[in-house]
Design a protein around this ligand. Structure first.
Ligand code: NAD
Length: 496
């Protein structure tokens, strides 16, 4: 492990990751890998999760490709040095924000979307000029091996290294000093990573999980609402970090939700769900047993589904009602599977209170046609992301950041936000050395006098008024006044 990190560090020290041409070539390599390696990627996803070609193509490969293409298109813009606006009080200086790469970064992926979780952060790390060690999840072993096999064919082998290993190996790897750690996983993984990072004071992004609530207001069209919720819940058989975890709905509309859900599930998956090729499988026996325990222990009523088959790692889409949120097994931890408990709340205010009394979620979903109510949820709740009248889709929405808050994580990524994550924004100030520049600043020198205090206080207090944005405002105001003056003068002349 030490040797892997050392060699990545040596590669970074050569400066080869700095030229834009190098970064561009690596990103283009990633794109080629997604095209040429598509079949190998699909095969691995099938072996690990029995993921369908539809979900593998759209929710792994296309997400990765779109992100890389966006980064390539904006590479120059997102990584360029940013000049501060012209300021009349400091016109002899040159101030800018320079975007430095951080060095050697570690990326820890998880198993539910094994390619996206390991490789989407990598694109931003490359764009920002870093070297990286990528550690895919050992739980999705075939995908991990595929990443280890494919990546060296398309990327610089010295700068980008894949490390494969189990939890013990990962913990040992975390003893190495990295310049940044980007980790995706459970809250427990987040704690372990952060503790290890603290030893070296390494900054982290933690993309974690938790229970994502879904509130359904009485104003909604139930058919559209249920279709969207069940789609979001059942892609990857519920093993999605932002899958709707539970539903909050009034007792009055619960039966309608269940009736529509039965109809929609029949439309989606026919009458033998286990045989339907569009449904993925639970990743392994450990997770199957975890979910089975939740099902066995619930005191709620299974209204839809509830079947399990250990040999097939199958748990059917299941909806549970009459759930006591304080004690039920379904309301303890993130479900991360196809089980959807329903909790009754009698008003939007009660739903807001319910959400606020629990850890801040990674995603919050509201289904409502009442704009005041939507605004209320926006301002009165805190969550990594908020999606109104749909679920999950906000993660692939180009231009939006993705990340958690509180226990659901820290930091964010996707597109420009990933590139920003892997850059250090270095303040660079180049002072003028002319006689004028020296004169402008010489009141700071001793001996200190009251006159110098006044002059310096004026300068410090007024500096923001002299930047170009303020000047623009003044210029526009003057131009408007001049225009009005000319108009009045014209009218006055005409009336003579
Ligand atoms: P996992 O078991 O694959 O672990 C993730 C990574 O952490 C792996 O590389 C693993 O080797 C490493 N790891 C495991 N235990 C560790 C430990 N004790 N110390 C250090 N490293 C360790 O995945 P998981 O944790 O089961 O992932 C599922 C969780 O991830 C869910 O909670 C889900 O919500 C969350 N998740 C979040 C996002 C997001 O973007 N926020 C995305 C996917 C999954």
């Amino acid at each position: 492990m030490a040797a892997i990190v050392k060699s990545a560090r040596e590669a970074f020290a050569t400066g080869k990751t700095l030229p834009m041409s190098f970064r561009r070539k690596q990103l283009e390599g990633l794109l080629r890998m997604y095209d040429e390696g598509k079949q190998e990627i699909m095969d691995a996803l099938k072996q690990d999760l029995r993921k369908t070609t539809f979900e593998g193509t759209l929710y792994e490969i296309e997400i990765l490709k779109t992100d890389v293409k966006g980064i390539l298109r904006n590479l120059k813009d997102w990584t360029k040095e940013e000049q501060l606006p012209f300021n009349a009080l400091s016109f002899t200086d040159n101030a800018s924000v320079h975007k430095d790469p951080l060095g050697v970064v570690l990326i820890l992926g998880t198993w539910n979307y094994p390619f996206v979780m390991a490789l989407q952060p990598l694109a931003g790390a490359i764009a920002a000029g870093n070297c990286a060690v990528i550690k895919p999840s050992e739980v999705s072993a075939n995908s991990s091996a595929t990443i280890a096999r494919l990546l060296p064919r398309y990327l610089d082998k010295d700068c980008y290294k894949v490390f494969e290993g189990d939890v013990t190996a990962t913990i040992t790897l975390l003893e190495e000093k990295f310049d940044y750690i980007f980790a995706t996983g459970s809250v427990a993984v987040g704690r372990s990573v952060m503790a290890a990072a603290a030893k070296h004071l390494t900054p982290v992004t933690l993309e974690l999980g938790g229970k994502s609530p879904t509130y359904i207001d009485d104003s909604v069209n139930m058919e559209r609402t249920v279709k969207r919720i069940l789609w979001g819940k059942l892609i990857n058989l519920g093993q999605t970090c932002i899958a709707p975890d539970y539903v909050l709905i009034s007792k009055a509309r619960q039966q309608e939700f269940l009736d529509v859900a039965s109809k929609v599930l029949a439309e989606y998956y026919g009458d033998n769900w286990q045989k339907n090729p569009d449904l993925t499988r639970i990743i392994n026996e450990r997770h199957f047993n975890r979910l089975k325990k939740v099902l066995d222990a619930t005191k709620g009523r299974v209204a839809i589904g509830g079947q399990t088959d250990q040999k097939d790692l199958w748990i059917s889409p299941t909806i549970i009602v009459d759930v006591d949120p304080a004690t039920d097994s379904t309301m303890e931890d993130e479900i991360f599977g196809p089980i959807l408990p329903i909790v009754n709340v009698e008003s939007p205010e009660a739903a807001i209170k319910f959400i606020r009394n629990r850890p801040k979620p990674l995603a919050l979903y509201i289904f409502s046609e009442n704009s005041d109510l939507i605004e209320k949820f926006k301002t009165k709740t805190s969550s990594g992301g908020l999606c109104v009248n749909d679920c999950v889709v906000h993660t692939g929405y180009v231009g939006l950041p993705f990340g958690g808050v509180g226990t659901s994580g820290m930091g964010n990524y996707h597109g420009k936000y990933t590139v920003d994550t892997f850059c250090h924004k270095k303040a660079v100030l180049q002072r003028g050395i002319s006689a004028v520049s020296e004169k402008l600043g010489d009141s700071r020198y001793p001996p200190y006098t009251n006159g110098k205090i006044k002059l310096m206080s004026f300068g410090i207090g007024a500096i923001h008024k002299f930047d170009v944005t303020y000047n623009k405002f003044v210029t526009h105001a003057l131009a408007a006044a001049l225009g009005a003056g000319i108009l009045f003068a014209g009218l006055a002349l005409k009336s003579l």
